[in-house]
Design a protein. Sequence first.
Length: 229
Amino acid sequence: MRDEEADRRRVTLTFDNGPTPGVTDKVLDVLAAHRAPATFFVVGTQLRQPGGLALARRAAAEGHRIGHHTATHLLQLGAAEDPDAAVAAEIAAVEPDIDALAGTGEAEGERLFRPNAAGGVLDQRVFSPQAVRYLQQHRYTCVLWNCLPRDWENTESWVDLALADIARSDWSVVVLHDLDTGAMDRLPAFLDELAATDAEIVPEFPDSCLPIKQGRLLQSLSHLTSGDG
């Protein structure tokens, strides 16, 4: 007899580039109303804006995961002229802030990292060999994605685009952005329509989206890494 729970389509929700006062708080309200877990990949500069840290703490307190999405989201690690300096500035410099937040959530002590892919383009500008080594040495789990509806551009149509992608996959890792674009006004409709498909929203990630897991390389990153190390 087949396990019906195992056969359900799974969806993991992630939010990048916040926290954004006036947006992230509303996203958290919607997630709470739908009892939907998510991971927030926060940017250091956003975290340090007035109200940013409080929103990240609220997200962690409400059971959501907090991940590291670089210090500034302005520099791609694989495109940096000085790769070591980029690792120090974009990962290490904000690491204590993210660690403190991650330590307050349900998955205490985990280190999640999502690179800056400059509009979601997964090419050799994403990582440098130095960045990959740092993530491995510091036991990070690197989280990529397989559903990118580009909500920052498609502020209305992203819902349909995301649902179409989800329908084609057994397990989708969806990237949304808690930014002031107006796109998150459609989040309740997205979650309502997702619920109607009987998909299960889960906090975990499929290994297919985790090239590095707790410092262990699960798949080659050569296509995403500049140079040859």
